[in-house]
Design a protein around this ligand. Sequence first.
Ligand SMILES: *[C@@H]1O[C@H](CO)[C@@H](O)[C@H](O)[C@H]1NC(C)=O
Ligand SMILES: *[C@@H]1O[C@H](CO)[C@@H](O)[C@H](O)[C@H]1NC(C)=O
Ligand SMILES: *[C@@H]1O[C@H](CO)[C@@H](O)[C@H](O)[C@H]1NC(C)=O
Ligand SMILES: *[C@@H]1O[C@H](CO)[C@@H](O)[C@H](O)[C@H]1NC(C)=O
Ligand SMILES: *[C@@H]1O[C@H](CO)[C@@H](O)[C@H](O)[C@H]1NC(C)=O
Ligand SMILES: *[C@@H]1O[C@H](CO)[C@@H](O)[C@H](O)[C@H]1NC(C)=O
Ligand SMILES: [Zn+2]
Length: 926
Amino acid sequence: MGSVDTCCPVSKWCAISVVLAMVSVTTIVTLWTLTLTGTEARTPPWTSHRLPTTLKPLKYTVTLWPRLTPDPNGLYLFTGNSTVEFECVEETDLILIHSNRLNYTVPENRHLGVVNGVFAPGVRLSWLEGSTQYLVLQLYSKLVKGQRYRLYTAFTGELADDLAGFYRSEYLEDGVKKIVATSQMHPTHARKTFPCFDEPAMKAVFHITLIHPRGTTALSNGLETSGISEVDVTRTTFEPTEIMSSYLLALVVCDYSNLSAQQGDTLIRIWARRSAIEEGHGDYALSLTGPILDFFQEYYNITYPLSKSDQIALPDFYFGAMENWGLVMYRETNLLYDPLTSSNRNRETTATIIAHELAHMWFGNLVTLKWWNEVWLNEGFASYVSYLGADKAEPSWRVKDLIVLDDIHRVFAVDALASSHPLSSPEDSIVLPHQIGEQFDAISYSKRSLRFILLLKYHCLFCYQSYLNHFAHGNTVGTDLWEHLQKLNGVVLPGTVQDIMNRWVLQMGFPVVTVDTTTGIVSQEHFLLSPAPNLPSPYNYEWLIPIRWMKLSGLQKDLWWLMNKVNMDMKTAGDEWVLANIDVTGYYRVHYDRGNWEKLIGQLKADHQAIPLINRAQLVDDAFNLARAAIVPSTHALQTTVYLSAEREYIPWQSALDNMQYYYLMLDRTDVYGPMQDYMRSLVTPLYLHFNATSGWTNVPEGHTDKYNQVNALSLACSTGLKECQNLTTSLFRQWMDNATHNTIHPNLRLAVYCSAVAAGGAAEWEFGWEQFKYATLASDASRLLSALTCTMNKTLLERFLSYTLQPAMIRKQDATTVITSIASNREGQDLAWGFVRDNWNYIYTQYGVGSFNFAALISGVTTRFSTAEELQQLVEFKQKHSATGFGSAELALNQALERTQANILWLQQNKQDVLQWFTNQTLTH
Ligand SMILES: *[C@@H]1O[C@H](CO)[C@@H](O)[C@H](O)[C@H]1NC(C)=O
Ligand SMILES: *[C@@H]1O[C@H](CO)[C@@H](O)[C@H](O)[C@H]1NC(C)=O
Ligand SMILES: *[C@@H]1O[C@H](CO)[C@@H](O)[C@H](O)[C@H]1NC(C)=O
Ligand SMILES: *[C@@H]1O[C@H](CO)[C@@H](O)[C@H](O)[C@H]1NC(C)=O
Ligand SMILES: *[C@@H]1O[C@H](CO)[C@@H](O)[C@H](O)[C@H]1NC(C)=O
Ligand SMILES: *[C@@H]1O[C@H](CO)[C@@H](O)[C@H](O)[C@H]1NC(C)=O
Ligand SMILES: [Zn+2]
């Protein structure tokens, strides 16, 4: 049981209640001792991070009043009160309700009342249990099963700038500092705003009232129903929410303006800073939202249940976006789009993120995961259908083709590590707030699930619709979904859906399928980048794998399911080759016998169009990864890139660049660097000339992916030292420096041009970029500049830039991680960034202690290049030195970094000489 000082380290009320508590503590201790002697030893419920199932919330009535000016101590505060109505499901004399960093004002204010009844027991003892984040109330007698009660509390909290709970964000408008009060409740921060049963399955209805300065706007999940103005403040009340989880609650008080449109019965609004709205930066989001909402209503066959859909762009936001029901929040760069200055990439990001968040209004909000161990249930499906939504909005983009790069390859990369984990973890292994945070670190883990949906490849719309209808307003676990998928009509599967899926969900990793065309035998095994014996699995690392394949002759084979080793019709003779996993609809890699690999590489060089586009990208990716796993030699992987001098399509190029990234990380501080640069320059020169001749560099090509490839051509040509390219970017940047108000560089090319010009330039270019960053009005331009500034080769500038990351006035907290990790990705900045993180870990960890995603990204970002025994040693020491402080959500990332460093050291030993030789030979033959 908590001692008196764990009770409440905080408020005035504490002082009173400690006194009260002192009297009764003895009684309680005695009671517990009595209980303990009777039965087996039990720990008191308030030491468990999971709520007991005794109480079930039904309705909250919450009033909050954020103060947008600091108090005399310089703190920004909010005050509030809340009445929660709950039902007693099992008899108990204990109320546990989440509460974190709230001070309760007066003890008398904490009333327990009864609904439709006469008696509610009094509160005998109450305290705040800091370690498990509860407000604990012990009652004089038991609550009655089936009876409803109300608990009233009044409290104060801090409106800090920590991006969690109800928090504060600031920006400048016409030289005036403006404050936005906003929120991020997901996953466990609602309890920092008001006391609540803060678990996703504890759904309830929320009645919200916000008190705010007159003239400001207040927003929440429901539409404003009344705004009563008093002397200084307005009291805005909102429609009650749907029955929903506390993590979906949203609150905003701001001085924004909006754009609106009516779509059927739904009011659509886009909110942003006044200047952004005036300049039309919300227009694109507004134009997409209606069609995407309509698409989902039809796709799910469930009407959007709210009367409005607000989306708001915030200056400081922890995640990229958050799907609060009815009030979706975004980083500015993700919602706003300026046709004049945003890039094609910004446009695609805006479309896909909006589609993703809106998909959550059904998958996630209407039907919600039961617990955080199955994040993929919310995220995976939303990720998948976001492509369908974006495809609906922008059909010419063929965004579905990009899944292979944006999701599959990224997920393969983490999932091939022995430290990966299954998609679903046992429920009781994800309990602490930082463990919950970790579920979102590697957001890609969750994306794996989209593979499973693709895996089935049957558009069983009916199943999803039936699933959503059946579980609307409820919570689910994975098996609920499989049971609904089992309703597939007329499709023959090699097992139940549950059996097929469990192999993909409960086992970590994925298989590599080996096709031996000399014998026709096809087999599978668990694919790992480095061998890891004795990883237990309930299915012995065997999957049921859907296989589609083709031959050179064009013969295509329908799907069949691989389980055990089988002899298929894959034997070939002569020039004939086999290609499996057509269009990469299955979540696995493919390996072939040497002869077949050579024929495929030969085909790429002779006429690459004979191999489908997505498979060209996949051959490169598979070869590189098989090489990393030491299944084929590295030089074999490099062979798959030779044909790129004739390739004009983006997807294979990007796949190769992503893979070459590893070679750069490992080799750009060694003597391989020169020959490697020569080879890459020779590969990219034809592509550079292609764009130089077709679109030039003041225009951009028509096609969506051609636009991306133009950028690749430019940045690779410049970074590998093509003089003509460097002259071009330097002169474009110079023109801008000559007239700062007149930037003629095309938005698509800006990042590449800035980076290359800053890299080639000196202090003058950097200072100019920094000035432009400080005064950038558009978030996307600011983020390009921030990223380009990390490209400098000047160590003094890099050090200065690093120091800015600890000064929020210079670089926003939300951007600090990105700046540090980008500096680490610059070969001149690698050591500086790592040294910086090492020296400042304690400070960073405590100052930036609320978020979690940042730490993991930070650790993996500054250690990606690690490949020497010395670096390994430093990492081990780092881990030891700070084990007391801890790593929070970076724990997993740190272990992955150790594993990766060891693998890198081995890789260098085994490959460096061969690779050097190979690059040198290529240069000679060119
Ligand atoms: C909650 O606080 C507001 C603002 O101070 C107040 O008007 C309201 O009466 C309070 N609610 C209850 C139930 O006391
Ligand atoms: C809560 O109380 C503690 C101790 O009195 C104080 O330091 C802290 O600032 C208070 N926080 C708020 C938000 O009132
Ligand atoms: C759901 O499907 C039924 C039957 O096809 C159709 O009549 C109805 O309009 C659909 N509802 C929505 C919201 O799309
Ligand atoms: C690139 O295009 C420019 C403008 O059309 C042209 O002057 C230049 O010669 C081209 N470069 C090469 C190497 O073809
Ligand atoms: C690049 O610019 C330099 C200096 O202006 C010039 O001497 C050189 O010829 C240019 N190189 C190319 C390839 O355009
Ligand atoms: C800079 O560009 C603006 C906009 O085109 C133009 O009005 C202004 O005269 C230019 N200034 C200089 C110094 O060239
Ligand atoms: Zn999501």
